[in-house]
Design a protein around this ligand. Structure first.
Ligand code: BG6
Length: 489
């Protein structure tokens, strides 16, 4: 029997659909990776004709698709796109949508992916209505629901959302997006660690001194200020993206590469992270706000929202006991890059004569997640024509050099394809999200209490507040900006 696949995008008039989802689907189409008989239906409340919707999508594709394409390629793709005006909180509208979908699907086995690109406060209602309209029953093809971030704003709301979801859907039908997991460089952490025999033997507390994970952005909150002010950097970047990066660095090798094997191991890491309790926040965290933040339209004049944060976590297990994991993220920073730096221990004995007070700079390995994707290993070399002077030099791998400048697809391309294939490895499971909130909640509570560290103001285009430097200096460490000097592609 023939088979159809319909990609139903709720919130189709929003930014994400135009900038990320449809361009990624178009790129998959160009690569002939969409399943046969695929269709894309956009749903939102705006009254738009199919052609008006297609025109909006074309504008997005023109700006955001990674590849060059012909008019014919666009127009054949546009034929599979249509639009349905409706309100997902209105059961009658959902039933009407279901009827429209059935009419298109005919007698075929009909798979459906529902992508919720909507305001997070509508997730529960959307899922409940998908259930009430009998749209998630899998007797005649699969039904998968993709949920964007933020998933909850604290542990309790995330738990409540998981309960509401599980009333309607099996966990295997749920795909919670963390787009960082769709990045090639993040997926490569598994290959780098477990497909090479060189690194894993030193990947532990015996050789690693500390780990730094940075996500620095030069942009400020701009037109997103209204949304951002109630959220802040911890909920926006750390609870999800950065905790996932930490888990990828610290995870034990899974026995196989299937979705649950890796996700089970990541959950073990999250469980092993020592919580920073509310009374400890001044010791283990720093927070900041760029100086002009409160002037942005939509921001409370006395807002305490952090636009920068730095944390020191420890992972209490055999592999990582005593190794600090520093996390740092901020808006309006001096440079844009996301990196993971593994700093190794100093050599146990130094036989070379060093200038008084000097130390050998430790080896470090930096995974540049973006924008200049690659890996750098910094080690000591003898400066030529000296007795034994030494200097740190770099051994580097750049994706652009090895695989070409356009080799790296957009994260959404990979993620949407995985949903279509039914591979959930790169999606966050409900238990992992809850564990992450469990670590974040006490920090945010501490920040509301008398124990809070100073909310330090920092200049735009800087490295954030000096309190972040003091946090890391406490252990005689300093922030590494190893991906900073490389060319932005
Ligand atoms: C999003 C955040 O999840 O990630 C944004 O909401 C942030 O505030 C963005 O700018 C960063 O993503 P990327 O892929 O540019 O690092």
């Amino acid at each position: 029997m023939s088979e159809t696949t319909t990609i139903v995008i709720f919130g189709a008039s929003g930014d994400l659909t135009q900038r990320k989802l449809v361009p990624a689907l178009f790129d998959l189409y160009l690569k002939k990776r969409l399943p046969q008989n695929s269709r894309i239906i956009g749903i939102s409340r705006s009254q738009l004709s199919d052609d008006e919707f297609r025109a909006r999508m074309e504008a997005g594709v023109r700006e955001f698709s990674k590849y060059t394409y012909t008019d014919t390629q666009w127009s054949t793709f546009a034929e599979i796109i249509s639009y349905f005006a409706g309100n997902l909180t209105d059961l009658a509208d959902m039933q009407a949508l279901d009827a429209a979908l059935r009419a298109m699907e005919g007698e075929a086995v009909a798979n459906r992916m529902y992508h919720l690109s909507i305001a997070p406060k509508l997730y529960e209602a959307a899922v409940a209505n998908l259930g009430a309209a009998n749209m998630v029953d899998e007797t005649n093809g699969w039904r998968r629901v993709v949920i964007e971030k933020p998933f909850g704003h604290d542990l309790q709301s995330a738990q409540q959302l998981n309960v509401a979801i599980h009333e309607v859907l099996a966990e295997s039908q749920v795909y919670r997006i963390d787009h960082y997991l769709g990045k090639e460089t993040v997926q490569n952490i598994m290959i780098f660690r477990f497909a090479n025999s060189f690194f894993e033997p030193v990947w532990n507390r015996n050789y690693i001194d500390h780990v730094q994970i940075t996500a620095a952005e030069t942009v400020d909150v701009g037109h997103r200020a209204g949304f951002y002010d109630g959220v802040g950097v911890v909920r926006d970047m750390i609870q999800n993206h950065m905790m996932q990066l930490l888990a990828m660095v610290a995870v034990e090798p899974p026995a196989s590469f299937d979705a649950d094997a890796l996700r089970n191991e990541k959950v073990k890491v999250l469980k092993a992270i020592r919580p920073i309790l509310p009374h400890e926040v001044a010791k283990h965290t720093a927070r900041g706000q760029y100086r002009s933040y409160r002037d942005a339209p939509g921001v409370e004049p006395r807002s305490n929202t952090a636009t920068f944060a730095a944390f020191r976590f420890y992972v209490d297990n055999w592999r990582w006991q005593g190794v600090p994991f520093y996390l740092r993220s901020g808006k309006a920073m001096a440079s844009k890059f996301t990196s993971i730096t593994i700093v190794f221990k100093e050599p146990p004995h130094v036989m070379f004569e060093l200038p008084k007070g000097a130390k050998i700079e430790s080896n470090s390995l930096t995974i540049c997640i973006q924008p200049d994707e690659g890996i750098h290993f910094s080690f000591q070399a003898k400066v030529p024509d000296t007795a034994a002077d030494m200097r740190a030099v770099d051994m580097t791998f750049h994706y652009a050099d090895s695989f070409g400048r356009t080799a790296i697809p957009e994260a959404y391309e990979r993620l949407l394809l995985d949903v279509l294939k039914g591979d959930a490895s790169l999606f966050t499971r409900g238990d992992a999200i809850e564990l992450s909130w469990k670590l974040i909640d006490p920090i945010l509570q501490g920040w509301e209490s008398d124990a809070a560290p100073l909310l330090a103001f920092y200049e735009s285009n800087s490295w954030g507040p000096s309190t972040a430097d003091l946090l890391i200096a406490e252990n005689n460490h300093r922030w590494a900006n190893a991906c900073e000097n490389h060319v932005e592609l």
